[in-house]
Design a protein. Sequence first.
Length: 145
Amino acid sequence: MSSRATPAMKRYTWRLAVLMALYLVFLFIAVRIFDVEKGGVDGPLAWLIAILPALPVIGVFWAIIALIVETKDEYQRLKLVKQTIIGAGFALSVMTVLGFLANFGIIPPVDGFWALILFFFGIGIGSCVNAMVDRRADRASAGEA
């Protein structure tokens, strides 16, 4: 984190670090319990343990929204919103295609957690799109000067 990071970005980074640490702890606990028990856990307790690692991930979505809301600069906020929309659109598009392929028996069913991975990959694509737009705007304004 650079010293030029905004207060909103510093809070986001802190939230993300805490949530990812919780994710790792909860995932370790869930994998360990299901591995040791070999199916010995069932009913509501099994549901709770299986859902536990998803809770910090859901928190990451909240952290992204909080970053957008807390970002004071309107242009930076627009870039964050655009990245998030591109990430969501990318994930939903890929998962929709994979879902149809699986429904027609062309590929095996796809685990839903891939949507999260695709979402974050899509946010990276959105960041690249923002960088290209910024470069194009910089070149255009330099040519006008």
